[in-house]
Design a protein around this ligand. Sequence first.
Ligand code: KG4
Ligand code: ZN
Length: 344
Amino acid sequence: MKILSIESSCDESGLAVIEDGREIIFNSLASQADIHARFGGIVPEIASRQHLLTFPKLLKDYIENSAPHNNIDAISVTYGPGLAGSLLVGVNFAKALSLAWDLPVIGVHHLEGHIYANWIRDGQWDGEIRGDPVLPAVALVVSGGHTDLVFIETHDRYKIIGQTRDDAAGEAFDKVARILGLRYPGGPEIERLATQADKPVVFPKPAIKKSWDFSFSGIKTAVLRFVQKAEKQAPLDDMLKINIAAGFQQVSVDTLAERLVEAARVFGAKSVILSGGVAANQALRSKVLELSDLPLWCPKPSLCTDNAAMIGARARFLWDVGVRHGMDMDAVPNLRMPYDIGAE
Ligand code: KG4
Ligand code: ZN
């Protein structure tokens, strides 16, 4: 079964065709990162206009360079969470294709998509091609907008066991990068600097007891205070910036990895899953591998960050459990995970 999938929740326009939720037939992505970098973050109005200009080009490219579209079985699209204007462009594009080609359309939750990047047989972070993640699993979804710890029992039965109480992990990387005068997106920049550190600055770990929740604003404020104090003496030199970046990365990665591994133990998971843009961070993967005996699934970096392939992967399993959306599907900027059995 082939699903054409569309991703437009933030600043990446993605169009992919995925077979059986696992094989990539076609995968294109147009990043707007350079456009938004000038502003130090995403400008929603510019993001939605860029999607509008980009999707026809991606579709033309698919039609001209790949097998004809008449062997596509369904359309899938991210319908939330994300930026309203950006989501609207993708949802409308998907509906138009569904009408034109007379195909069913499946709306996908963006974060479920991130998790299902691990079902794609395109090489994991270590280049290995693995089978499906072993369930039950505990997944950590760490992106620019979310930090969610999810216990997955089956494809349609899971619950969120922890979330961030303030900033998302990726958001903290982006904000700290901004404090240090680095470009957007900040995660890759911080990781690049951290590898050159000789004496990482030690920042305190956030303390949230009796809960699986996360908090990152305290770490971010600690970095800001440290920088403001240091700048009273002299402008930050390059080595101090590197050591601040490394210290921030270390405390963030340790916090994320420790919670993930502990949750997997308590919930009796058979595997641990990393996903979302911050999962591209090598220090995070290394820390999880160091702390856990369970097998780790984590996509290769290009499938950790936003892409349409992961949306097609998740859509395949939603199809199996009967999920279909009609022409009344709307963009839902604050969409919750629908199978949150914890809310029962
Ligand atoms: O999943 P994603 O591409 O988009 C959202 O759905 O938000 O995640 C983007 C986030 C950004 O905050 C970016 O700074 C972060 O992922 N990120 C990283 C790395 N690569 C991207 N954070 C840490 N280390 C990285 N290597
Ligand atoms: Zn994302």
